[in-house]
Design a protein around this ligand. Structure first.
Ligand SMILES: [Zn+2]
Length: 162
């Protein structure tokens, strides 16, 4: 399993001006890589995940660029994550949590897209479902039961193909 970083270095350089001193030591890429690895342990569907650091739509912490040649590509906006930190810090949420849950949320979307390949029954509200995946990993260290069931179905389908 590989995590490919395609870094928009301008955006990361910008952060040096943007980081409050307390957050300056946080290693964005390490947190992101750890989060991807954790997700892949739960949902081992891909050999590669691409993580870009760059612009997303205003206020979006991250976004995903679909299923491309069977590897997820996600974009995370360091700037917007830091903006979110200003809001959520008072609720006890730190930057690591914001980055990790953003990654898990976006990979959650990628997972549901993968399910669609096999016409599996996926939740109607994908936005909420992706959010459930993110916070389930955060609070329980694992994905929700319904996600595990879907994963089993995918693995069964793929074993039959081989
Ligand atoms: Zn979403």
């Amino acid at each position: 399993m590989r995590v490919i970083e395609e870094i928009n270095s301008e955006e990361l350089d910008d952060l040096k001006n943007y980081y409050p001193p307390r957050e300056a030591d946080i290693n964005f890429k390490k947190i992101a890589n750890d989060a991807v690895q954790k997700f892949l342990k739960e949902i081992p569907l891909w050999q590669e995940v691409h993580v870009h650091y760059g612009k997303t739509s205003p206020n979006a912490l991250g976004t995903h660029i679909g299923e491309t040649e069977s590897r997820p590509i996600i974009v995370i906006s360091p700037k917007n994550c830091l903006k979110a930190l200003k809001i959520y810090r008072s609720r006890g949420i730190d930057l690591e949590t914001i980055i990790s849950t953003t990654i898990w949320h976006e990979l959650g979307h990628s997972f549901y897209e993968y399910c669609a390949i096999y016409n599996l029954d996926v939740p109607e509200d994908e936005e909420k479902a992706a959010e459930n995946i993110a916070w389930s990993i955060y609070y329980r260290g694992t994905v929700p039961i319904n996600v595990k069931k879907l994963l089993k179905q995918i693995q069964k389908e793929e074993n039959e193909i081989q």
